[in-house]
Ligand binder design. Structure first.
Ligand SMILES: Cc1ncc(C[n+]2csc(CCOP(=O)(O)OP(=O)(O)O)c2C)c(N)n1
Ligand SMILES: [Mg+2]
Length: 333
């Protein structure tokens, strides 16, 4: 579980706090809506919600610059929203419609945006890790100072290809931030049941890679650590590992027997550590916003999410001919 910390007085502007609040709330409300649409049978197949983990991606995006890249696993809706992809296109992909980011043919786990430098959305546990190093290699080769954020879970951290990637990333000083989103569970297996070395970031030491553990329920702590990691990479010092301690409130995917943890455990986390509530408290106690201001933001976010849901129902299903497009690369002679 993430460490319990008294909220330090933040040295941060009202504008910045409100921005974090808005972005985390967008992810939360979007995911709640996706859960509803799934229940109504409008979304099929796999769907993994990000509720509870919002501070991770919002904090790290706040540390990123234009042109930086990101790649992640199947639990990807939050990452797409945080890097600025249109909620309509994401929701329409979830419902398998033409207006979706993969024209309705990829679904929840397979979306991409060249414009926002979002490289997926990957269903094979750990597979995105070498891809992230490859993206970083391309930037290093081109000689720019872009950084790639490569996200993976605590379960993925036990995959062999992660360590092959660490070796090459450090050998070639690749500008990649490895973000381990440690939410405590890999499907139904808790971290303590799957490894005797619960400090996942420290494994980087075997390759000479620096890193740290971060309180992933505190968006400001994530942003601060993200800035350190990014500065390290941009300075040409090679990769950096952030093990971000977080928690998912919902099941692993839409079907989850939830027998591996108690309801009390989840409730305690919601009550005591919720990332959105923490920022809400800072905004109210710091007199940066009133209850009414926050209600207005909530209303605005709900409208964005409702529009996305409407769009995802109205957008047509892909035409039959689409079965044959974007399957193989065109031959260029
Ligand atoms: C190579 C591979 N093995 C197993 C699976 C089945 N699987 C899907 S998600 C998952 C758990 C991964 O957990 P973690 O990395 O902690 O990510 P989280 O779901 O918590 O975000 C497993 C075993 C898979 N998709 N790919
Ligand atoms: Mg996990």
């Amino acid at each position: 579980m993430p460490p319990k910390k008294a909220a330090a007085k933040p040295n941060v502007s009202a504008e910045e706090l409100l921005g974090h609040y808005r972005e985390m709330l967008l992810i939360r409300r979007f995911e709640e809506k996706a859960g509803q649409l799934y229940g109504m049978g409008l979304i099929g197949g796999f769907c993994h919600l990000y509720i509870g983990q919002e501070a991770v991606v919002v904090g790290l995006e706040a540390a990123a610059d234009e042109g930086d890249k990101r790649v992640t696993s199947y639990r990807d809706h939050g990452h797409m929203l945080a890097c600025g992809m249109d909620p309509k296109g994401i929701m329409a992909e979830l419902t398998g419609r033409e207006g979706g980011f993969s024209k309705g043919k990829g679904g929840s786990m397979h979306m991409f945006s060249k414009e926002k430098h979002f490289y997926g959305g990957h269903g094979i546990v750990g597979a995105q890790v070498p891809l992230g190093a490859g993206l970083a290699f391309s930037d290093k080769y081109k000689g720019n100072d872009r950084v790639t954020f490569t996200y993976f879970g605590d379960g993925a951290a036990n995959q062999g290809q992660v360590y092959e990637t660490y070796n090459m990333a450090q050998l070639w000083d690749l500008p990649v931030v490895f973000v381990i989103e440690n939410n405590g569970y890999a499907m139904g297996t808790s971290v303590v049941r799957s490894t005797k070395s619960p400090s996942l970031w420290e494994r980087g030491a075997a390759y000479g890679i620096k890193g740290e553990e971060v309180d992933g329920m505190n968006v400001l702590a994530v942003k601060e650590a993200g800035e350190r990691a990014v500065a390290h990479c941009r300075a040409g010092k090679g990769p950096y590992i952030l093990e971000v301690k977080t928690y998912r409130y919902r099941g692993h995917s839409m079907s989850d027997p939830a027998k591996y943890r108690t309801r009390d455990e989840v409730q305690k986390m919601r009550d005591e550590r919720d990332p959105i509530e923490q920022v809400r408290d800072m905004l109210l106690t710091g007199k940066h916003a009133t209850e009414d201001d926050l209600k207005a933001i909530d209303k605005e976010i709900k409208a964005i999410v409702n529009d996305a849901a409407e769009f995802s129902k109205e957008s047509p299903e892909p035409a039959l001919e689409e079965l044959w497009t974007d399957i193989y690369a065109e031959e260029h002679v």
